[in-house]
Design a protein around this ligand. Sequence first.
Ligand code: HEC
Ligand code: HEC
Ligand code: HEC
Ligand code: HEC
Ligand code: HEC
Length: 190
Amino acid sequence: MQMRTVLLTGFVSAALSLLVLVVTVNGRLLGDNSGYKPVQPIDYSHRVHAGDNKMDCQFCHLGAEKGRHAAIPPVSTCLKCHEQIKNKPNTKEPSAEIAKLHRAVKDGKPVEWVRIHRLPSFVFFNHSRHVNSGVACQSCHGEVQAMDTVEQAKAHTMGECLACHREQNQKAIASGKRPAAPTDCSACHY
Ligand code: HEC
Ligand code: HEC
Ligand code: HEC
Ligand code: HEC
Ligand code: HEC
């Protein structure tokens, strides 16, 4: 009896440390994981919306100029159009993918999109200062408007952040402006 308890405790703690290990390894990978392209719960295409239909990125990601997160739009944003558009393109057949949006509303559940870009928690990053100073979404996320499924196009390593900051500062100095992109450790880590 006692032996079993000991074995069980040993097994549980081993399983827990394995879990911690997996989580940390994943955390690191997600920070600089170019090429990461998870399958999403709805087959939503940026090429169709932001490409073919030329929708502005911030129609959906309106957090980008306001604060830290660009944020993923709620279903209500999608329904501005998909209350009407319910069929597969150029058919009279209902789209099973669009039907998932209506089901989400009915069930009162948000769509569980899989997060792609994520910096380690010890890094400070804020969208708004970048977006408001005219850095294009594409310089950090690649040509999203051409992607059917979003993938992480750039590594988002410290080296990449600093390379752009140095380049931007050199340009600023060359045109007689004050360099604004920080390279000191405490700007991105505290
Ligand atoms: C009609 C709404 C809509 C528009 C317009 C739109 N997006 Fe998105 N975006 C989404 C949704 C929904 C997701 C989550 C599903 C996915 O990853 O495809 C997403 C995901 C993303 C992600 C990945 C987020 C993560 O998990 O890390 C990036 C980056 C992104 N969008 C950038 C852009 C850019 C850049 C544009 C403009 C060229 C744009 N989006 C236009 C709805 C939109
Ligand atoms: C200077 C680089 C940079 C620019 C410019 C940029 N992003 Fe991001 N984006 C990132 C990084 C880094 C992350 C991961 C942030 C984190 O983990 O906190 C991210 C995350 C995201 C996400 C995931 C959810 C979130 O908000 O954290 C979306 C969606 C997104 N970006 C969309 C956009 C859109 C749309 C634009 C343009 C309007 C844009 N980004 C401009 C670097 C950038
Ligand atoms: C401004 C209008 C608009 C908004 C907002 C919008 N869509 Fe769309 N969506 C369209 C158009 C237009 C099409 C292409 C339909 C066609 O060609 O018949 C489309 C097509 C689609 C399709 C493809 C359906 C199929 O079976 O091929 C999916 C899935 C989809 N949208 C999901 C979404 C999601 C998820 C959101 C919110 C994040 C969203 N849409 C927001 C206009 C919009
Ligand atoms: C494509 C160029 C580019 C990339 C890549 C880039 N930045 Fe920046 N960053 C800028 C510019 C330009 C500014 C100055 C903005 C201004 O005018 O205030 C800036 C400013 C900042 C600031 C100070 C303003 C604030 O928000 O507090 C921080 C912090 C920062 N960046 C973090 C990062 C991190 C972390 C990354 C990498 C994940 C990164 N940046 C990648 C161009 C870039
Ligand atoms: C412009 C933003 C920025 C600045 C400035 C910056 N870092 Fe980083 N740092 C990052 C990002 C983003 C990561 C996470 C991605 C990675 O590991 O490359 C990171 C990761 C790290 C790590 C973890 C490395 C690893 O491989 O796990 C250390 C340690 C670190 N930074 C130290 C520093 C020190 C020391 C300075 C000053 C000399 C500094 N950083 C300046 C953005 C920055």
